[in-house]
Design a protein around this ligand. Structure first.
Ligand code: FES
Length: 110
């Protein structure tokens, strides 16, 4: 059985480059903070993770079905942007846990 001290890993595509990122489960409050820290992203996650600014928007493939959302703001924010694809998410609304283990993530600029 995996514990919170177990590692997860996933791939992130940014500016045409792929990065393999490893993290411990719950090492960060959410995926946005992890991506911002590891990839040194400017202007990423401007609202601090409440799901309103959409600057942390990503495309994600391979996420576990039914992955928990942190806030209800995600649906409203994505809907205002016209995003209906389930593979488009706000990274601040995803926990750093096994749901994202093995996923392929792309930073989006919509
Ligand atoms: S940090 Fe603002 S919506 Fe995610």
């Amino acid at each position: 059985m995996k514990t919170d001290s177990s590692k997860i890993c996933f791939w992130v595509k940014e500016n045409g480059m792929s990065h393999c990122i490893e993290s411990y489960v719950n090492e960060y409050p959410n995926l946005m903070f992890l991506l911002r820290d590891r990839l040194l992203l400017d202007d990423f996650g401007q609202c601090g993770g409440v799901g309103r600014c959409a600057t942390c928007i990503i495309g994600i493939k391979g996420i576990k079905e039914g992955s928990a959302r942190k806030e209800r703001n995600e649906d409203a924010t994505l809907s205002k942007m016209g995003c209906t694809d389930d593979a488009i998410r706000l990274s601040c609304q995803l926990y750093v846990n096994y749901d994202i283990d093995g996923t392929q993530i792309e930073l989006l600029d919509l």
